[in-house]
Design a protein around this ligand. Structure first.
Ligand code: FCB
Length: 438
């Protein structure tokens, strides 16, 4: 690898990220059912119908996992709090065991010198709320505000940073238009409503946290660079549409108080009545912007209704996910976000790769992962040198875990997990990074 900490500004923070449903084990500790459980139980949705009932059993092994984080030498641990663990019915009486768990976890981070970066919602919607329409329901912002309050009254005094919702695009579009994530809908009206309610919920949650006196609040957005397949005006138009509903919708909703025209072309007629009046709530001031970045997509025009585009297989080397490796996209997004909100610090809140890692005689060799991280850190350094206020980089993920609809097959971890024995084995990338971060 070509860098050390000295190649980054003194205050630059390195971190690792996980999320609740992907690692904890949702059968434990009184957590309520989530829409991921029912989605996974429906044939055809998830590879081998795998679910998060046990996952990495982090619920019981959290101390070992925090020790591994400390051994890695990162500054920040980005984790999430499960709504269904804290409020098994989505609203109403909290599960004391669930709150105790996050309380211990945060203390465990502080004891080890790790900064707790909390994300309130990373996709495990309580089933009881899904039954009421989930993100389509205009009451979601109220429910989410209440959940925010319950969690942050307990741990808000000790978290270093907090963000309401991981990747609004996935919660809205991937889950309600493409049907690839729970609740698995393919419905443009549901999509428009979910995308808007996610943003209103984000704003309400920020308001609640400010009211409780919390600082260092941000939003976490996933972005994929949109690359036209050719030079035609049709491809340019399709690419602009993709960029609008994927990369621009949520940021512009929050920072400019409007939605991009190319997204409204399709979604506009389906937004809830009075949506234009919600931007004051949506646009609550933030302290930082989080960017989750993995890949680019090659976009071609396609017949049919909005968005009238298709994703085409690209020529670049790919990860185990089939995602093209394209660090330049990260650099370009950093420049774009920085141009939009020059005063706000930016964090890469997720970046990493799935690899077909094999444990052999106690060792996992994953030079591909190191090269991937290296390439993306180069992009970060380029952006910093050009004045971008990038203040941290968090790797997805600490552990191999439940990769949603792709089950346990896709391995993103710096640490290998044997899903039979649950044994953790740090991979070569973990050891190399630990040396660099020391
Ligand atoms: C992101 C998710 C995370 C993980 C990575 C690979 O979109 O936030 O949970 O699935 O992708």
């Amino acid at each position: 690898m070509s860098w050390t900490r000295q190649d980054f500004p003194d205050t630059f923070l390195f971190g690792a990220a996980t999320s609740a449903y992907q690692i904890e084990g949702h059968a434990f500790g009184g957590a309520g059912p989530t829409h991921w459980d029912s989605f996974a139980a429906t044939p055809g949705n998830v590879v081998r119908a795998e679910h998060g009932a046990r996952a990495c059993d982090h619920y019981h092994r959290w101390q070992e996992d925090l020790d591994l984080l400390a051994g890695l030498g990162v500054d920040v641990y980005r984790f999430s709090t499960s709504w269904a663990r804290v409020l098994p019915e989505g609203t109403g009486t909290p599960n004391a065991e669930g709150l105790d768990f996050y309380d211990r976890l945060v203390d465990g981070m502080l004891e080890r010198g790790l900064k707790p970066a909390a994300t309130l919602y990373h996709w495990e919607l309580p089933q009881a709320l899904a039954d009421k329409g989930g993100w389509r329901n205009a009451d979601m912002p109220d429910w989410f505000a209440d959940f925010t309050e319950v969690v942050m009254r307990r741990i808000g005094d000790r978290v270093w940073s907090a963000a309401p919702i991981n990747e609004p695009w996935c919660v809205g579009f991937l889950s309600h238009f493409l049907g690839a994530h729970a609740p698995g809908l393919r419905d443009i009206r549901a999509t428009a409503r979910a995308m808007h309610h996610v943003l209103v919920s984000h704003g309400r949650s920020i308001e609640v946290m400010r009211g409780l006196g919390l600082g260092n609040l941000g939003g976490v957005f996933n972005m994929e660079w949109a690359n036209p397949v050719d030079d035609s005006p049709e491809a340019a138009r399709a690419t602009a549409t993709y960029d609008a509903y994927y990369n621009r919708f949520f940021l512009e909703g929050i920072f400019t108080g409007s939605y991009p025209e190319q997204a409204l072309e399709g979604l506009g007629p389906h937004l809830p009545q009075g949506w234009q009046d919600d931007f004051a709530t949506i646009g609550q001031p933030l302290d930082w912007v989080g960017v989750n970045y993995y890949t680019r997509k090659n976009i071609a025009p396609a017949p049919g209704p909005w968005p009238a585009l298709a994703e085409i297989d690209g020529p670049l080397p790919k990860t185990q996910m089939g995602w093209e490796i394209y660090p330049d996209g990260l650099y370009r997004f950093l420049k774009r976000v920085s141009d939009m909100v020059p005063d706000l610090p930016i964090f890469i809140t997720e970046n990493g790769m799935a690899n077909d890692d094999v444990l052999s005689e106690g060792v996992v060799k994953d030079p591909e992962r190191l090269a991937y991280i290296d390439g993306h850190l180069d992009a970060c350094r380029r952006a910093i040198a050009e004045g971008v206020r990038l203040e941290g980089y968090f790797i997805w993920s600490l552990l191999d875990n439940y990769e949603w609809a792709l089950g346990y097959e896709k391995r993103f971890g710096l640490i290998h997990v044997d899903f039979e024995t649950l044994q953790r084995t740090p991979k070569a990338s973990y050891h190399a990074l630990a040396q660099r971060l020391r």
